[in-house]
Ligand binder design. Sequence first.
Ligand code: SF4
Length: 701
Amino acid sequence: MAQEVKTTCPYCGVGCGVIAKIDDDGAVSVKGDPDHPANLGRLCSKGSALAETIDLEGRLLYPQVDGIRVNWDDALDLVASKFSEAIAEHGPDSVAFYVSGQLLTEDYYVANKLMKGFIGSANIDTNSRLCMSSSVVGHRRAFGSDTVPGLYEDIFEADLVILTGSNLAWCHPVIYQRLAAAKLERLHMRIVVIDPRRTMTCDIADMHLAIRADGDVALFTGLLAHLANGPAIDHAYVESFTNGFDAASQSAMGYSLPEISKATGLTIAELIQFYELYEHTEKVVTCYGQGVNQSASGTDKVNAIINCHLATGRIGRPGMGPFSLTGQPNAMGGREVGGLANMLAAHMDIENADDRDRVQRFWNSPAIATKPGLKAVDLFQAVADGRIKALWIMATNPVVSMPDASAVEAALKACPFVVVSDMFATTDTAKYAHVLLPSLGWGEKDGTVTNSERRISRQRGYLPAPGDATADWWQLSQVGQRMGFSGAFDYTGTAEIFAEHAALSGFENRGSRDFDIGAYSDLTKPDYDGMPPFNWPQPVSIGTETTRFFADGKFFHADGRARFIDTTLPQTSRIDVAYPLTLNTGRIRDQWHTMTRTGKSARLSSHIAEPFIEMHPRDAMEAGIDSADLVEIESPLGKIIVRALVTERQARGNLFVPMHWNEQFAAHARVDTLVPPVTDPYSGQPASKNIAVKMQRFQAE
Ligand code: SF4
């Protein structure tokens, strides 16, 4: 008889519930789960095509060492011995894990525990560094903890929704669909899109601000200055619950409107229209995505946005607040278990001695990392210069997705020992692995993910493991045991790992409501298997209603008060004669990351079949480029060749190229080979936008 399994989509941070139906003949179909609060039955094109991507073509089915099939014992013994040798000879900081927002929370938890609590290094970073780490730091600076204040329902209840650096229609499609539906019902709702391109999201916008790349700090600093002496400032809120308003607002008022106009590329009339709309609308939600985070000023952008919400008291109340849209399915789950090089588990702080002591005692571990580890860009630079002797990459493809991707490729080639755990043997990264470990994929693996609104949902396995593929947590646990840490890594399943993770979040009642799912520490396996989606915090007991953060004006800094951050305007005008154009990278509607899964679906690939460069007609004319010509784009780091798409949707001087295509699908089109390894100074997040390039029509020699 056909069987139905409730699970969660493995793509973006919306975290949609999916019902997978398995027919008697094994055929799989999917539909949206009407009971899941994130999507209420909707799915986007990628989610709807999930069943088209689960065939075994290209799958890595057996462990391999130097391209030769081996059994699990041999592979795991080799990994454990090589890591142990490197640590014995060069110390714990000579090894590293590079993990992924595709991992489930249970995988992430075990990886983090092994590296930080047993190996004794914090050299574990994640591709989530590339998508939301500026938001993490922005939250911590403002709130004293990495807490997303809002819920999805706030977006649909707001009277003004600001979408900055977010092509919601393509990158978070189900939230876009729900927002479009809400706008049809609530005719007074206004939507402002802030983006150098007129994207599909602008179809529902009342105002589009074609901002200069990295103009967001200036835009929101100018907004704070505009608000500062007006009626929208909530003086009682500012007085009671925050610090730093006077300094931040005085600093903001130091910039004139013409200066803000120059830095943003927007006219003074556009600025005033936007500022007045914000000022006179009480229920405002500001959603932001990679256009904010992926920047050398990403953290300041986040804080400039939060400053305006704090100043107006528009936070912690229905229909109001800043809202970070996470890119990956489990970027948030990784944050919960400390899967970033500068965090500990359960949102504790690696630089806080009490937190380190608490985690070490809970784990009963022989060591604990005492300082932050290498963030993604620094980590691969350490691989390149020989400081990292053994590297384990899980569920990600850095040879395509990291900035200066060619240098990452060269670093892996030179690294003495590289392990790659993946579903596929065919990724651009897998070919540099000394050891390849086959991992379970969506539909096969089992655990939890957390979406952008802190909702924890189950991903459930319903397909048999192909070949010898295993869960990532199992591989990590086996290596931990073989490195001599038996007892701490003898897990028998994900329910047990989730319960331990929950117990750590509530351990010793650490007085923080930031992240506490301690009530789930007694969860039985049947409870875990049937666990419905829920938001944290859940401080009292399972089943209590979702608690709204900051409703009581209490934040997580030691004095309980939020902080305004005084932000400095970055340089946004470009004077580079050799590379005069500004390239922004991003996503398209129907592909996910480096296409290893979505590239399997002909239906998805028919949306946009090849990589392209979007450019304004004047820029095209000046370069002698016609629509559909091949174009060579060059930065100081390299060149790629893609197809021209000439359109007035793109602002003059700006270019857009999608980040998905790998060598398997399009040779010479890896856009991240052009991206310099420039990072935000606070978060270490790479700037995948605002890249200086030049272009010319490609002519074959
Ligand atoms: Fe999956 Fe995101 Fe689409 Fe939902 S919106 S179906 S989570 S890709």
